[in-house]
Design a protein around this ligand. Structure first.
Ligand code: 4NP
Length: 154
């Protein structure tokens, strides 16, 4: 099972999802059975570590994002992953636009897939500190639901 999280810059929401979900997998002893990565539809931050506000908010909840580096989503990701989970509808649209004819991956909105209170993870980049806490709250809930799904599918 291979899961890819996608947002716009790959420095706030999708690295948070990668870090939180890796922790969930590790706690469940499933880290060797599931491949996890994240990517951004845009290329502005390629090679950079996550946003400092994202890293600090995650650190306060004991998630270590320090080794992550941003990369851009590419069409080949449709073969490299089984499940591509976008943070908002604009990210999902940008991903779908690159879908090759032979694509095998399933695509979905991360929150909508699990019928959480919101359908999208709001972009925290231009907002205040509470936006980063909200990203963590939503991503933690969805990661628990994703772990349940993966347990059923393995
Ligand atoms: P992300 O947040 O998509 O959650 O990583 C953003 C990061 C950077 C920008 C926008 C959103 N930006 O415009 O540079």
């Amino acid at each position: 099972m291979r899961v890819l999280f996608v947002c716009l810059g790959n420095i706030c929401r999708s690295p948070t999802a990668e870090g939180v979900f890796r922790q969930r997998l590790s706690a469940a002893g499933l880290e060797t059975q599931v491949t996890v990565d994240s990517a951004g539809t845009g290329d502005w931050h390629v090679g950079k570590a996550p946003d400092r506000r994202t890293t600090l908010a995650a650190q306060r909840r004991s998630y270590d994002l320090s080794t992550l580096r941003a990369r851009q989503f590419v069409a080949e990701d449709f073969q490299r992953f089984d499940l591509i989970l976008a943070m908002d509808t604009s990210n999902l649209r940008d991903v779908q636009a690159l879908r090759p004819a032979n694509a095998t991956a399933e695509t979905d909105l991360f929150l909508r897939r699990y019928q959480l209170a919101l359908d999208e993870v709001p972009d925290p980049y231009y907002g205040g500190e509470d936006g980063f806490e909200q990203v963590l709250d939503l991503v933690e809930q969805a990661s628990d639901a994703l772990l349940d799904e993966i347990r059923r599918r393995l």
